[in-house]
Design a binder for this molecule. Structure first.
Ligand SMILES: *[C@@H]1O[C@H](CO)[C@@H](O)[C@H](O)[C@H]1NC(C)=O
Length: 517
């Protein structure tokens, strides 16, 4: 089936003719990719044929795939078709093409071997256009990362010989040799990575072959630095301070703490918590774990607590935390009325009291701050009393003028306390002062003189007249009794003529009067 068989059949008879061909093939060596028509060698001469014999004996070559021909005039073996070593011999280290030279008259066959030598007609090549790597920022310098090698179908010197990367502070490159002699690149970390400083690194990897001139290929390497939780949260301030009015309604947003974390993902997810904060403060304020918003859950009261101090912690998802201080100062509002407290009060005041007599002691109280808690007191004018302050917030109410029970038996004294808030708040209290009686009024007769006409011969013992006096004093001081104190008769004679009832002032005749006599 194959023409090559025929020489074997002929072999026993043609042995002498074939001797040279069988013993020693003619060897040529050419580089691959020679241009068509290039001379491989002078075949005729190497076979010992004269120039005329070339055409006369029809020197020609044959092979399975004919890549050569013989020049009919010169007997040169010429390149007829493209010779690509990589295509013909793939990765074989030695690439030989076998062909036969045939002559006739007599018929003879010679073996020819054309060794095809590699030229550097291929550049190294990387599989991918880009190499993507992920490296944790926490890895230590010295760690190595093997990279896929480049390939080059050329052989020996013309295959991949070296790798390089562009100079950079973080990575160096080493060229390693694997078990079958191939070279591959290996990155080595020389300086610690910090994702927060630089989240990716770009390198250019170059593969070079050993040809002359060398050929090369490049590939981009992108290294993504993966986060590790190496940063604590950081508050925007170390101390947050705010002042709020005490009448801020419950549920109001007071302030927001914010912390940031340079890490990413869960390592940068921050929650906020109260830390070393008094229970009394935690009862009044709420802290949103996610937003850091501080609100008051209850009414604030300056009089109760002027300032709340709390520690807030920011904690990231990896467990690193930081604290800050929050100070909430409560501003006083004038929300308390002054209060008047009577500490001592005289029930009764004698109407003959001298001016300046203390009749009451009282004090004031206002828990507000500053002017809101500064109190002054007043009473109405036109009454015989006044107040003065004995010391801060202590007052005396004293008499200031003449008292006259018969004229004014009691006084309702209203004390008003007013603070200096804007607007001011005030309160008042009324105390009733009772004036007690002194016998300072003499009885007064309705008439200064009474003239009585009595008919003579009157019955003895009959009432003849009545006198009446009144006294504006109270009780016994106002009780009037009557007696006869003087007359134009002798006292003894008088009693035999008239008498007066001490209680009623009725005058009685003691005898019958005689007009003549
Ligand atoms: C004092 O106040 C009392 C009680 O309000 C009242 O009954 C009385 O008449 C008042 N006295 C005077 C002198 O206004």
């Amino acid at each position: 089936r194959r023409p090559a068989r025929r020489p074997q059949v002929l072999f026993p008879f043609l042995l002498p003719l074939f001797y040279r061909a069988l013993c020693e093939p003619i060897r040529y060596s050419i580089p691959e990719e020679l241009a068509e028509g290039s001379v491989v060698g002078n075949l005729a001469k190497d076979l010992g044929l004269g120039v005329l014999e070339v055409s006369a004996r029809k020197l020609r070559v044959s092979a399975e795939k004919l890549l050569f021909k013989v020049d009919a005039e010169s007997g040169d073996l010429l390149v007829k078709d493209r010779i690509d070593r990589e295509q013909i011999c793939k990765e074989r280290r030695i690439c030989e093409l076998q062909l036969e030279a045939v002559v006739e008259n007599p018929l003879n066959i010679f073996h020819i071997i054309v060794v095809v030598e590699d030229i550097n007609d291929h550049a190294p090549q990387f599989d991918k256009k880009e190499i993507l790597l992920e490296i944790f920022e926490s890895i230590s310098p010295g760690v190595r990362i093997s990279l896929d090698p480049a390939t080059d179908p050329d052989i020996n010197m013309n295959s991949v010989k070296d790798y390089r990367i562009n100079p950079n502070p973080y990575f160096s490159l080493m060229v390693r040799v694997n078990s079958d002699g191939g070279k591959y690149p290996e990155l080595s970390l020389v300086k610690s990575l910090d994702r927060e400083e630089q989240r990716s690194h770009r390198l250019i990897l170059t593969a070079m072959d050993g040809g002359d001139p060398p050929r090369s290929a490049t590939v981009r390497i992108e290294i993504f630095v993966k986060d590790t939780n190496d940063n604590s949260p950081v508050f925007s301030k170390e101390e947050y301070r705010v002042s709020v009015s005490e009448n801020l309604p419950p549920g109001s947003s007071i302030l927001q703490v914010t912390a940031t974390d340079q890490d990413e993902g869960i390592n940068a997810e921050i929650n906020y918590y109260f830390r070393s904060t008094a229970q009394s403060t935690r009862h009044v304020f709420s802290l949103d774990e996610k937003t850091g918003m501080v609100k008051n859950t209850r009414p604030l009261d300056f009089e109760d607590t002027e300032r709340h101090t709390m520690e807030v912690e920011a904690k990231d998802g990896g467990g690193l935390s930081t604290q800050c201080k929050v100070i909430i100062e409560i501003l006083d509002e004038n929300d308390n009325n002054p209060e008047i407290i009577i500490t001592s009060l005289s029930d009764e005041i004698s109407e003959d009291s001298h001016p300046g007599m203390v009749v009451a002691l009282f004090k004031t109280r206002d828990p507000d701050f500053g002017g809101n808690g500064e109190v002054t007191c007043n009473i109405e004018r036109d009454i015989p009393f006044k107040i003065f302050s004995s010391s801060t917030n202590y007052y005396k109410l004293v008499t200031d003028g003449v008292l006259d029970r018969e004229h004014t038996p009691e006084y309702n004294v209203t004390i008003t306390a007013t603070d200096k808030g804007k607007p001011p708040l005030s309160s008042s209290i009324t105390i009733t002062l009772h004036i007690t009686d002194v016998n300072d009024n003499a009885p007064v007769f309705q008439q200064s003189a009474y003239l009585v006409h009595v008919p003579e011969n009157n019955p003895p013992g009959a009432s003849i007249a009545q006198v009446s006096a009144s006294d504006s004093d109270l009780g016994p001081n106002g009780h009037v009794s009557y007696s006869i104190v003087a007359s134009d008769l002798e006292p003894r004679a008088l009693s035999s003529y008239v008498s007066v009832s001490a209680q009623s002032g009725v005058l009685f005749a003691q005898r019958a009067f005689d007009h003549e006599q």
